[in-house]
Design a protein around this ligand. Structure first.
Ligand code: F6R
Length: 218
């Protein structure tokens, strides 16, 4: 595990890894939304890298979201995509069902970036998700709905379902970087990375991956 001085250093260190991957021919990335990757996206924008041949897949997207500026597509456009030279045709979200087979089979992802939920979820694979899971629609747990309500006017506006890449799909990435920001995530991170590998803690599946790096800051 890499312990960083602060949130900005976390963004900068992970940006080094992304920059390296972007130099590969036709790189493919899986990207998260949320609070954790914001310093990374800011740093990537500042570096003005060449994204012209990059393909990105986002981990998840809400279903039946009525507040458009809380959609994960909007988040990505505002925080990263619109500041780069990315080809719009190379940006994929799992809300589009036509993309599911691509996400699940053989897309040869070079790097998957992840955050972790307070209950150990990765993407929206909530506790109890099968380690064999693929892209699908899931019900969000009460804890996740509560966590996400900080971005919505009231808790009743938070979507209760999402489309998420599955755990099996995520594990097929060549390299995975788990970003963890905040002391409140320390315990779940330790449980996931040093405790039992169990579907009750979805992130624990990462212990079975050969190329995972964890970046943590308080
Ligand atoms: C979002 C995603 C989620 C978040 C997790 C942590 O695309 O995949 O698993 O990574 O809920 O969210 P933050 O970073 O807001 O604490």
């Amino acid at each position: 595990m890499n312990v960083l001085k602060n949130y900005w250093e976390l963004g900068s260190r992970v940006a080094d890894i992304v920059e390296h991957v972007l130099a590969l021919p036709e790189p493919k990335l899986i990207l998260p939304t949320g609070s954790t990757p914001l310093s990374l996206y800011k740093e990537l924008v500042n570096r003005q890298l060449d994204w012209s041949s990059v393909t990105t897949y986002n981990l998840d997207e809400y279903v039946d979201n009525t507040i458009q500026d809380q959609s994960y597509r909007y988040f990505m456009v505002e925080n990263l995509f619109k500041h780069t030279n990315m080809d719009e045709d190379n940006i994929y979200f799992p809300g589009d069902t036509a993309v599911w087979p691509q996400m699940d089979y053989g897309i040869g992802v070079d790097l998957c970036l992840l955050g972790i939920g307070g209950n150990g979820h990765i993407a929206f694979n909530e506790p109890g998700s099968s380690f064999q899971s693929e892209t699908r629609i899931v019900d969000l747990t009460e804890e996740t709905i509560k966590d996400n309500s900080r971005f919505f006017p009231t808790i009743d506006d938070v979507p209760t379902q999402a489309v998420t890449m599955g755990l099996k799909s995520i594990m097929s990435s060549k390299k995975i970087v788990l970003m963890v920001s905040g002391e409140h995530k320390l315990n779940i991170m330790n449980v996931a990375m040093a405790g039992e590998v169990t579907e009750s803690v979805p992130a624990s599946i990462l212990q079975n991956h050969k190329n995972v790096k964890i970046y943590y800051c308080e």
